[in-house]
Design a binder for this molecule. Structure first.
Ligand SMILES: Nc1ncnc2c1ncn2[C@@H]1O[C@H](COP(=O)(O)OP(=O)(O)OP(=O)(O)O)[C@@H](O)[C@H]1O
Ligand SMILES: [Mg+2]
Length: 278
């Protein structure tokens, strides 16, 4: 692996489609991992700021965050704040992040702002999750370049696979030009409704398309999962025993198994050649 802190794994949660469960997955997977003793950092890279809210950091309480990390030279230590969950920290999405997309266009090393910042220091963490905005924009590109792997949440509905071609083409382009070892950690089916035959049919299509990249764990549609953010809590804290919490704990164990396999089989690779987007 090419990042300076080899035991820290950085995973971008990405799908340019809106409302598929990126933030819910980021918040709850991060919580489940912190609960088993991992030191976890969530980077809220979405100007909507939903991951920050879901982790209990209200807008009024947010100081410097992802924007300042990418543009003002602040370090992870400067901007990461603790959450109500032990071992779990968040870099919040600050209001200025909404303008970052335009600002990036004229910024030096515009594709590497997040990587440069995370490379400076992620030594305090075992896992970093980056919650991406619903767009394949420059912020998402920054996240893909900064990450070891991506996780793709998919909601099993009729158009679930639409847009996957452009996402996978983007991943290929990032591998070719910026980050050759970018891996797909896995694809997670979210908001799965067992009473809806369409969920089953689409899940079969997704498994046919992505093969064993799709986690066996499926996240069910569960009202407790959707209620939890309004209390500023991950569902694991809101209702530990509900089906949503259990599913996210099971997903965490699957993710960790894959991570162990990667770390165990890892060999030193040459660092990628850095290139500018033309
Ligand atoms: N398993 C679930 N059961 C019920 N509701 C869910 C579940 N997962 C997510 N939701 C709800 O679906 C909505 C979209 O989820 P979420 O915000 O995680 O998606 P997103 O991909 O991050 O959206 P965006 O693209 O806007 O960032 C939210 O209202 C959330 O509470
Ligand atoms: Mg989101």
């Amino acid at each position: 692996m090419t990042l300076p802190h080899p035991n820290c794994r950085i995973i971008a949660v990405v799908n340019q489609k809106g409302g598929v469960g990126k933030t819910t997955t980021t918040v709850n997977l991060a919580t489940a991992m912190a609960a088993v003793g991992k030191r976890v950092l969530v980077v809220d890279a979405d100007p909507q700021g939903n991951a920050s809210t879901g982790l209990g950091i209200e807008r009024a309480a947010r100081g410097a965050g992802c924007y300042e990390l990418m543009f003002d030279g602040l370090s992870v230590e400067d901007v990461a704040v603790p959450t109500i969950i032990p071992n779990l920290y968040v870099i919040t999405s600050s209001a200025d992040l909404a303008g970052a997309e335009i600002q990036l266009v004229t910024t030096e090393r515009r594709e590497y702002r997040m990587k440069d910042a995370l490379d400076r220091s992620t030594k305090d963490y075992d896992v970093v999750f980056i919650d991406c905005p619903p767009s394949l924009n420059l912020i998402t590109l920054n996240a893909l370049i900064a990450s070891h792997a991506i996780m793709i949440p998919l909601q099993p509905e009729f158009y679930a696979l639409e847009g996957m071609t452009s996402l996978l083409q983007t991943v290929e382009a990032v591998r070719a030009r910026f980050n050759p070892s970018l891996d797909i950690q896995g694809v997670v089916l979210t908001m799965y409704d067992r009473r809806n035959s369409l969920s089953d049919a689409v899940a079969r299509d997704v498994r046919a398309y992505f093969g064993d990249k799709v986690y066996e764990t499926v996240i069910p549609r569960n009202v407790r999962v959707s209620e939890a953010p309004s209390y500023g809590k991950p569902v694991l804290l809101y209702d530990l025993k509900c089906t949503g919490s259990r599913a996210y704990m099971q997903l965490a164990s699957e993710v960790l198994k894959r991570e162990f396999a990667v770390l165990a089989g890892e060999e030193d690779e040459a660092p990628p050649q850095e290139q500018e987007v033309v």
